[in-house]
Design a protein around this ligand. Sequence first.
Ligand code: SRM
Ligand code: SF4
Length: 566
Amino acid sequence: MSTTLPETLASAGFTPEQKEYLSGLFAGVAARGKTFAEVEPSPAEREDLIAEERIKRELHPLDAYDQLAENALGNKAPDKEDLFRFKWHGLFFLTPVKDAFMSRLRIPGGVVTAHQLRELARIAQELTSGYVQITTRANFQMRLIQPKDCPEFLRRIQAIGLHTRGAGGDNIRNLTMNPTAGIDPVELIDVQPFVQALAQTIINDRVFYDLPRKFNIAYDGGGLIGSVEDTNDIGAKAVKVGEEIFFRIALGGATGHKAFANDLGVIVPLNEINKVVAAIVRVFIEKGCRTNRKKARLKHLLETMSFDEYLVLVEKKLGTQLRRAPYDLAQMRWASQELAHSHVGDFPQKQHGLNYVGATCPVGQITPKQMARLAELAELYGSGEVRLTVWQNFIIPNVPDAFVPTLKRALEKAGFATKQSHIASGVIACTGNSFCKYAQANTKGHALALIKHLEKKLELDQPVNIHLTGCPNSCAQHYMGDIGLLGTKNRGEDAYHVFVGGGFGKNQAVGRQIFSGVSATELPATVEKMLCVYLKHRTGRESFQQFSMRHDLNALQTLFSMEADV
Ligand code: SRM
Ligand code: SF4
């Protein structure tokens, strides 16, 4: 392949500086093994591009900041194209539900400091409606930010060392991990250093801001609170092989599409994991589908080639071979599912004399006042750190034995339950119709009503996870809850399709739909009945998931519908 300037351009009357620049450009393209035609779409091809790809190509979304600043001067809403681009800055314009922005942050591993929390609380109070939520990716969202306040909002977030870049749009979303990483008495390794290093690579390398579609990555060190890594596009999980620790990699999870990640068949030494993960993403960037957004996730690309073929492409990028190791269930360890445990309550850390205290933050809603208080408590009784969880809750690590009772009392007073509830601790709900244009139901409101009802009516002796999502996008992963509730409408009323038997990790399963269109008003009584039937008819101490899997759908429907006398 020629690396020199094509003749047509060489004779086109450019200045020597322009020629030198173009020669360099052509040489660079050739060095990547490509022709210009492969790099830049021709005008005809550009017309064929789907809208999102065209918008990205006409102006890289990261370069749309000027427009954001310009809009701020007139407090102007973004046009349709900039609305898409601003997601790269973590800003989602909520039209038609609201005429204001929601901002999603990036908090790698969910680790946030008291200093950051305090400023986030002030930002929420001064520049937003004050509505803050912990998301299902251990992250914060704030909302109802006016266009005029966006530059100041972003400046203040960046000033405390946090980011919003790439939190939405075709980017790698917030990296998740076990919230107990580094303090967990049973973990194989502390994955936090890997997560933080990878987060830096992603933030700083522009190549990672143009994926064909959204992308999720999670790391799991085998600790007491799982990272649900198998629901991600890439799940890296620590395993013990002989006396050594490696990562196994699973690819293609996207639970809204009923897909869990599948094992790639390699083990990766710890110090190589981030390079390998980055190479997997680079292959996706090059090969992923850019003509149909509905077929553009990694899962879809993997349907067009075998894992071996994908691996060859990854190895080409790495310039080295990865160590093959067939999937071995015996290597896999899900501490969270082997040891009776929850993320709510107090638990000893691996560091002698220290504990972590987990609290329930119902459906992830937290006020600025509570955030400021949480910051204060983390400083007073812990090390000033707070970890958010994918269960829309948080834990405070590094609490000396003597401070545990006082901290728990203070958390309760601030509105965060620290007593384990097998119902409330396992309920998560997506944003719902208060703010999301896709939502068919008020998920968070119904989740709170459901918790209240169930806690009054029954007591469980083991956790049952209940996940409410407002639409099939499945932001709260209804397919992997013991009970999954998917928002719909029934005669114009908010209602839910009901799924049972979902799980993750060792209990990996896609939930099966058992009822359709149960109205939101009937929902608490319906779920109560299901749980009562389970308690009455289970064998020994089998879990709700085991109970529901033991029966076929007809039998379950009959049991749950007929059994009134529980
Ligand atoms: Fe989500 C789109 C909220 C986690 C699958 N998600 C949305 C949007 C941005 C709707 C939109 O495009 O306007 C929602 C914003 C509503 C709002 O105002 O808050 C939204 N998703 C959320 C959050 C806030 C739910 C929550 O209450 O916690 C979660 C933010 C996570 C974060 O901090 O980054 C959130 N979304 C998820 C997850 C779970 C996960 O990532 O672990 C999923 C399922 C996993 C997956 O990726 O498949 C998920 N969201 C989607 C999808 C479907 C993607 C697909 O391939 O089918 C969409 C729609 C889309 O991307 O086109 C979507
Ligand atoms: Fe919105 Fe649907 Fe996601 Fe709920 S699941 S936040 S309704 S996109």
